[in-house]
Design a protein around this ligand. Structure first.
Ligand code: SF4
Length: 229
């Protein structure tokens, strides 16, 4: 099966090229769906329903910061009240030449599914948000930046705001892109460099292992112990 870049595959490669290979190239590690609906999935659905159906946000959960979460939901609703369209779980794609592609196109080079996307074609403003339960874990913003990059190719906006909503801690982490300027500034190039490094690694077929804090959960741990990596 043809490999297509995604925010999660970029994050996996950054963590460890060998586990990236096992998950995305050789399928030695297969994705296992959870048998029960996780708390994160349930919270996502509640937030997305509140936005799409215009109903009040109602989440019975003692860990979530409700004031914060309501304020972010209201922000998205306020955007919609000025025009434009909001989507949830939207599937977007990008071709190799930084052009729009559909998620399942034959020529799709990179793709993402985004929790919340708002786009106003009259103003050229794109907003993407990713809902997170638990702690802040993507310090490099790889997932957000790659989603913003794909969104920029897909919608051709002039400005992109991209945010993680950490609904438990009540914290927003994110930034803005002005386009096309920021395709060439410090924000986007690290993501592009990573994508090109993955392409080179796949071509040469050498995936080194990189020890990290999550090794203890990795199905290849014994292999790495045996080879002394
Ligand atoms: S155990 Fe750690 S170093 Fe080895 S493949 Fe898995 S993530 Fe990489």
């Amino acid at each position: 099966m043809r490999y297509i870049h995604s925010p999660s595959s970029l994050m996996e490669f950054d963590k460890c090229p060998r586990s990236f290979q096992a998950k995305y190239i050789t399928n030695e590690i297969r994705w296992k769906p959870s048998a029960v609906k996780s708390r994160g999935t349930w919270i996502h659905e509640k937030i997305q329903r509140s936005i799409m159906a215009g109903v009040p946000l109602d989440i019975a959960d003692d860990k979530i910061c409700m004031d914060y979460t309501r304020s972010r939901v209201e922000y998205v609703k306020s955007l919609v009240s000025t025009g434009g369209t909001v989507y949830t779980e939207m599937k977007i794609g990008m071709g190799a030449g930084f052009c729009k592609a559909e998620y399942y196109d034959e020529n799709t080079y990179m793709r993402a599914r985004s929790d919340i996307v708002y786009y106003n074609k009259d103003t050229g403003y794109l907003y993407v948000a990713d809902i997170k339960t638990g702690r802040n874990w993507d310090a490099k913003h790889i997932q957000l930046l790659s989603t913003a990059l794909i969104g920029a190719a897909y919608f051709n906006p002039t400005k992109v705001d991209y945010e993680y909503w950490y609904v438990d801690s009540g914290e927003t982490v994110g930034d803005s892109l002005m386009l096309p300027r920021d395709l060439f500034t410090y924000k986007i190039p690290p993501v592009v460099t990573m994508v090109l490094e993955i392409d080179r690694t796949i071509k040469c077929g050498i995936f080194s292992s990189r020890r990290n804090a999550l090794c203890k959960y990795c199905e290849l741990l014994q292999e790495c112990v045996d080879t002394g990596e």
